[in-house]
Design a binder for this molecule. Structure first.
Ligand SMILES: [Zn+2]
Length: 477
C-alpha cells in the first residue's frame, strides 16, 4: 500500500509537470511587451561617463562625503554603451554622430544626415515618426540650427550651412522647437530673408519673449526661443549670471510635453549642447553646471514616465565624449578636491570675456591676479610660485604675442583659447585633481541609459547607428 501511494504520487507529479509544460508551449507569451508611445531622447553633447561621474562625485564632496550622489539619469535601470566612430574618422563630431543617432547611418565628419559622398539624403527617425502621426519636439540650448538638432530635421553637405538648415526647420512640419535661436538668421552675409520671418510665414508661432512662453498662450506648431541668446544664438552657460534670466531646459521640456501630449504619442529630442562647449575649454565647473541642468530636464521626463510608465521610453545618451576628462590627473597622484570647483562662479567663456575686457585697459599683472581671484576663486586663493609662473607666462604672451613655445606647444597648453584663461583653468584642474587629455573630442564609447517600455533593448554594447532602430522596435513600428 505504501509503495502504491508513492508510485501514485510520482505519477501525479509527472502528469502535472507534463500539463504544465504543454500549457506553457501552447499559451501565447504573456503580453508584457507594451509599445512605447511617448519617447524622450536626451543627447548630452560631449557627455562621457566621466562627465556623469565627476558631477556625482562633486555633489557628494560638497557634502563632505567620499562617493557619489547620483543624478536622476543614473538611477535608471538600463545602462548600455555605444560606439561613436564615424565613417571617415575614429573620433567623430556632432554632425556625423547626430546623423548616426537620428538616421541609423554612418557618415563623414561635418555632414548632416547625408551619405559621405553627399549623394544620398538619409531620413531621420523624427520624419518617419511624424508621418506615422506622432508629434515631434526638438530642444537644444545651443543654436537650433546647430549640428545635433539639425540631424533630426535637415540634410546638409556641411554643418556650417546654417541658413539652409534653418530653412529646412521651417519646412519640417515638426511641432515644437525650443531653446536656442537661429545662428546666422539672415545668412553669413546678412542678405537673406530673416529665418524667423520665414519660419513664421511657414505657419509657425514664434515666441521670443519670456511672457509669451506661457503654456496657456502657446500654440503648436511653434518655435520658442530663450529670451537671452548669445553670439552664436546659444543660451548662456548654466553657471553664468545671465542664465538666471533664461528659461531652463527643464522648462522648455515641460512646455513641449504640455503642448505635444496627445493620444497618438510624441517623440522629443532634447540636447544638452553646452556640456560639449564647456568640455572643449576644459572647464570642469562649467561641465558640472551643464550636467545638472541637463539632468533636471531628464527629471522632468521621469515625472512624465511615472504618470505613463507603460507607454513611455526615456533614453539618455551622448554623441561623443569631449575633453578626455578624467577624475584624477598626472600631478596629484591619488588626490582629488572636486569641492574646490565650487569657488568658480562663471564659465570659462564668461571669464575669457571679462579678462579680455580688462586687458584692453592695460591691466597690470597684480591687478589681473586680483581679478582672477574674484572670477575664479571667490577671493580665496593664495597662488603658489609655480602658479604665478604659469600665469605670468600666459600674461607676457598675451601682451607681447611672443613665446618661447612653438605653435604646437602653444596649442597644447592653451588650446587656442585666451592664454591667461587657459592658464587659470589649468590651475583649477590641477588643484581639483581633474585631468583632460584634449581640447577636442575623443573616441571613447558613450553611455546609453534608459528606462521604460523597450528600455531592455539598450542593455548591451552596440553601435550608435542602432539607437534609432532600437527606438523603432520599442515603439512597435
Ligand atoms: Zn564638440
Amino acid at each position: 500500500m505504501k509503495l502504491k501511494m508513492k508510485k501514485l504520487l510520482f505519477l501525479s507529479i509527472i502528469f502535472l509537470s507534463l500539463v504544465f509544460l504543454i500549457s506553457c508551449s501552447n499559451t501565447p507569451k504573456p503580453q508584457t511587451a507594451k509599445k512605447a508611445k511617448y519617447v524622450f531622447l536626451f543627447i548630452g553633447d560631449g557627455m562621457g561617463y566621466s562627465h556623469i561621474a565627476l558631477t556625482e562625485a562633486y555633489l557628494a564632496n560638497l557634502e563632505d562625503e567620499i562617493g557619489v550622489k547620483k543624478l536622476v539619469m543614473s538611477e535608471f535601470p538600463v545602462h548600455g554603451v555605444c560606439n561613436t566612430f564615424c565613417e571617415t574618422r575614429q573620433i567623430t563630431g556632432s554632425a556625423a554622430a547626430g546623423t548616426a543617432i537620428a538616421t541609423g547611418n554612418k557618415t563623414g565628419v561635418s555632414i548632416i544626415s547625408k551619405s559621405s559622398d553627399k549623394s544620398v539624403d538619409y531620413k531621420s527617425l523624427a520624419y518617419s515618426l511624424k508621418e506615422s502621426g506622432y508629434k515631434i519636439g526638438i530642444i537644444s540650448n545651443v543654436a537650433i540650427n546647430h549640428a545635433t538638432p539639425a540631424s533630426f530635421y535637415a540634410n546638409a553637405d556641411r554643418r556650417s550651412m546654417y541658413y539652409e538648415i534653418g530653412v529646412q526647420l521651417a519646412n519640417s512640419g515638426f511641432d515644437f522647437f525650443g531653446g536656442g535661436g537661429f545662428k546666422y538668421p539672415e545668412g553669413r552675409n546678412a542678405d537673406m530673408e530673416n529665418l524667423y520671418d520665414f519660419t513664421e510665414k511657414n505657419g509657425y508661432n514664434i515666441y521670443r519673449d519670456i511672457n509669451d512662453l506661457d503654456k496657456a498662450k502657446c500654440e503648436i506648431p511653434c518655435m520658442c526661443v530663450n529670451p537671452t541668446i548669445l553670439d552664436e544664438a546659444e543660451m548662456p552657460f548654466a553657471i553664468d549670471p545671465n542664465y538666471k534670466k533664461s528659461i531652463p531646459l527643464a522648462d522648455f521640456l515641460e512646455e513641449a510635453i504640455d503642448l505635444l501630449e496627445n493620444k497618438d504619442g510624441f517623440f522629443i529630442m532634447l540636447e544638452g549642447g553646452k556640456i560639449d562647449w564647456a568640455a572643449h575649454s576644459n572647464d570642469a565647473a562649467g561641465i558640472i553646471h551643464e550636467m545638472l541642468e541637463f539632468d533636471k530636464a531628464i527629471a522632468k521626463a521621469f515625472e512624465f514616465y511615472l504618470l505613463h510608465p507603460e507607454e513611455t521610453l526615456i533614453i539618455v545618451t551622448s554623441d561623443h565624449e569631449t575633453g578626455g576628462l578624467a577624475l584624477g590627473n598626472a600631478v596629484n597622484e591619488y588626490q582629488t578636491d572636486f569641492k574646490f570647483l565650487q569657488n568658480q562662479k562663471y564659465s570659462q567663456a564668461y571669464i575669457e570675456k571679462e579678462i579680455a575686457k580688462s586687458m584692453l585697459i592695460n591691466r597690470e599683472f597684480q591687478e589681473l591676479l586680483t581679478l582672477i581671484d574674484t572670477l575664479c576663486f571667490n577671493n580665496s586663493i593664495s597662488f603658489t610660485e609655480e602658479e604665478i609662473g604659469k600665469l605670468k607666462l600666459a600674461y607676457d604672451y598675451t601682451i607681447s604675442g611672443i613665446s618661447h613655445y612653438n605653435p604646437n606647444e602653444l596649442y597644447e597648453i592653451y588650446g587656442g583659447y585666451h592664454a591667461i584663461v587657459s592658464a587659470v583653468i589649468n590651475i583649477i584642474n590641477t588643484r581639483a585633481g581633474i585631468g583632460f587629455t584634449t581640447w577636442s573630442h575623443t573616441a571613447s564609447p558613450v553611455p546609453v541609459i534608459a528606462i521604460g517600455t523597450g528600455s531592455e533593448l539598450f542593455d548591451n554594447y552596440f553601435d550608435n547607428t542602432e539607437i534609432s532602430s532600437k527606438i523603432w522596435d520599442a515603439m512597435g513600428m
